[in-house]
Design a protein. Structure first.
Length: 307
């Protein structure tokens, strides 16, 4: 552990001196730990120069695995503190960037209130990112979407939601009526760059009716997408939960896509290769419970539970 801690400290600070200060030990001790680790592995982990310590290619690989190993030890230490009177541990939760504003506060509040011994790490990303993090063991449980069956993941479908067309405020769309998909395809579109989950869903739906997208601008930032639409540079496609507030306030005009609609399926996913701890199972239950309560309260636009 001391060798791995020294490795990460040098990698993060770029200096043996600063690493020693960070670890509250003397500089020769850090040098010795790095030297012993390199000798044991038979590889040079850092390039030394006057500018500092820079990881080699093999060093970067070892550093990545060392972070994961020490993270697992942190979890084990937290779980070992459990006396049977409550749950303890560290749980890393993955949320889609589109759902995090709706879910993060109620999920964290519920976990903190019911199980103060559980510490959450909340990370956000696109669906592809979350799947990779789950498979690598960097995330314990996640809400992602359109996750195909995979041996590496334990997946439970929770809901389907329709994607919405998002237009400038003057477009005249009515949420209760929806907007025909063919009308959307007649507009210049502001869309994420491929490969991207929503881009793939929209392109696939267009291909099924023999049409294609007229891409005006590409950006993978949903906030920039909405700004460009507000500026009259095109329409876009986003989940309803991302645009409901802006549409209600008049900053944008939005409506569900119909004829045909474009649904995305939200699933609860956990790594299948790792036995979930009691804390992870509890957080998964709270995630599912929160989703159900938000749908019941009408706060998740166009969402339908999957029985």
């Amino acid at each position: 552990m001391r060798q791995l801690q020294a490795l990460l400290a040098v990698a993060d600070t770029g200096s043996v001196t600063r690493a020693a200060e960070l670890l509250h030990i003397v500089q020769p001790a850090v040098t010795r730990q790095i030297h012993n680790l390199e000798t044991e592995l038979g590889a040079t982990l850092f390039d030394r120069s006057r500018a500092g310590m820079r990881p080699t290619d093999i060093g970067l690989q070892v550093i990545e695995r060392a972070r994961r190993a020490l993270s697992e030890l942190d979890r084990a230490r937290e779980e070992a503190r459990s006396s049977g009177a409550g749950l303890y541990g560290i749980v890393t939760v993955g949320l889609l960037a589109s759902t995090a504003p709706l879910l993060a506060v109620p999920v964290v509040s519920a976990v903190t209130e019911r199980h103060p011994g559980v510490r959450l790490r909340v990370v956000t990303g696109y669906g592809g990112h979350l799947s990779r993090w789950l498979e690598a063991g960097d995330v314990d449980v996640a809400l992602t979407y359109n996750q195909p069956p995979a041996a590496a993941l334990d997946v439970k479908p929770l809901l389907e939601e329709d994607l919405w067309a998002v237009a400038p405020p003057s477009a005249g769309l009515v949420a209760a009526e929806g907007v025909d998909f063919r009308e959307l395809l007649q507009r210049p579109l502001v869309m994420p760059s491929a490969p991207h989950g929503i881009r793939s869903l929209v392109e696939g739906a267009a291909a099924r009716i023999g049409l294609s997208l007229d891409i005006a601008v590409e950006t993978n930032d949903a906030g920039v997408q909405m700004q460009l639409v507000q500026g009259g540079l095109g329409w876009t496609v986003l989940p309803g939960i991302m645009v409901a507030a802006e549409a209600a306030g008049g900053a944008l005009n939005a409506a569900p896509i119909v004829g045909p609609g474009i649904p995305r399926r939200i699933v609860l996913a956990k790594p299948a290769s790792v036995r979930s701890t009691s804390a992870v199972r509890m957080v998964a239950e709270i995630l599912e419970e929160t989703v159900l309560s938000l749908i019941d309260a009408g706060r998740w636009p166009s969402a339908r539970l999957i029985q």
